[in-house]
Design a protein around this ligand. Sequence first.
Ligand SMILES: [Fe+2]
Length: 230
Amino acid sequence: MNLDGKAGGVRPGAMDEVRRICRGWAGAAGRCGCAEERIDFFRGALPALLARTELLAGVLEGIADGRPLPDLRLATVFENEYLLHQDPAGLFSLRLYLYASGELTFVHDHLAWGVSGSARGPLEIVRFRRTDDGADPGLARLESSERTTLQPGEIETTLPFERGIHRTGNPQAGTTWMVSVYGPPARRAVMHRFDLETGRVTPLRPPRVHKRLLAQQALQEMPGPAKSSA
Ligand SMILES: [Fe+2]
């Protein structure tokens, strides 16, 4: 019998074990004096989790079986993203991404540093640099600056904002399991999606935030008396 009362099938406690690992990480990360030290810590710590494919398979079984954790109702920016753990002190989050064969994200930036690696399957990372002067917030000209393919167990670091514009994905057959640790996101900032062909830059918000913003915007467009009568 598992913790949620279901019998058999699912490996019990995979998410419990993931959270136990994260609590251990939180203690060590909390003792780091700066972001650079935390990045170094997670670069050292993440490969051990990437090697635990049986544990991650247990997490996937729980997802496939509809267990309550990870909570699939949580709004995430990417459709293939699963929030495995959010550190209560906000030091980091742990996320899993599943890339189907040939699937790549759109080009984007992040609000935090990140350490990512593959637990299973190849992970392609294409990095970009801006070639424009950034004068127009709605436009960006990008050129690819680096293309790497990580094998299972290998990791890479992403920096926030313009220093980390990239896309990630799976160039081959089968599903790639990407596991990422992200630092605390910058407040009052927003991620961006970059269109390579048109140069258009689009703010990128979790669906929940986007929907709230749309509602606020709609209300602001209402005439004063009608708005106050609601
Ligand atoms: Fe990313």
